[in-house]
Design a binder for this molecule. Sequence first.
Ligand code: NAX
Length: 328
Amino acid sequence: MTSPIRVAVTGAAGQICYSLLPRIAAGEMFGKDQPVILQLLEIPVDKVQEAMRGVAMELDDCAFPLLQDIVLAGDPNVAFKDANWCLLVGSKPRGPGMERADLLKDNGKIFIGQGDAIDAVAADECKIAIVGNPCNTNTMIAASRCSRIPASSFTAMTRLDQNRAATQLAKKAGVAVHQVSDMVIFGNHSPTMYPDFFNAKIDGKPVTDFITDDAWLRETFMPSVGKRGAAIIAARGLSSAASAANALIDHVRSLITKSDEIHSIAVKSDGSYGFSEGVWASVPVRTTGNGTYEVLRDFPMNDFAQEKLRITNDELVGERDTVAELMS
Ligand code: NAX
């Protein structure tokens, strides 16, 4: 029997985790022959810890053959102990009237504490995938606390944006979504993101050969990908949960699989595409297995694209500046 891997997941009583945890336990993230131990973290508030216990009871009641144990924690040092993967889903939501700068700083404090704990107690080869918003900047903050775990092990999720974009292109072109490839999201997971339709492909040919309505691509497609989260909230009264959980499964499955497919993952900027030093920006990657990836630096960018890249980079730099004092 393969030995189990330890998967730490934060925000365990939240709505994304309600969709995510059963799928991990069923083997959809790490494979149908890979046993897992779930190490769940929630804030140390009785009511929330109780809600997490309820989620664990349901996981028990599923009798998943691959689920070897569930650890429930209110302390990150317990949740991240020897973890092979840390999935940081939990974060503080933006409250009514709350400024974005305060949201950045409040969440920054969470990710400082979690980064410290990961560096102190997680497994040496641990990989960290961050979903909790603002996810790019939270990832930068957590990684900045780590000296033992390298920055390359920290990624933020833009796969939901990629999946949303691919589906919209497929629907417009009247093809199946699996025919769409190379649909890369650049920059921040926010409405400034740049969904790069110029380099996206359908059956290996440029999307623009199939969708010739340039105004639709620029004025309908792009903003609707960037604002899809808000559209889900308007329709459902709650933010995306099942699709976010699904995207995280895709994100991690891609990272553990060596493949020639191109995906969007936010990683530490190496200056490619004009992204500034130190920010975590979404770029095209090819995954090389075991949680590693190679950034593809040669996507051609026209003037329109370069302007979009500048806008999303400016936002990431602004976020970096807002939390600079926390990181010093
Ligand atoms: P919920 O509010 O349902 O759940 C979040 C949970 O995190 C809560 O139970 C809360 O107690 C917990 N939490 C807060 N601080 C914590 C801490 N310090 N340690 C452990 N747990 C903590 O939110 P949910 O809908 O599950 O969304 C979670 C996060 O994902 C949010 O930040 C959300 O904005 C973000 N999203 C990111 C997406 C992406 O594509 N990157 C898309 C979906 C989602 O909007």
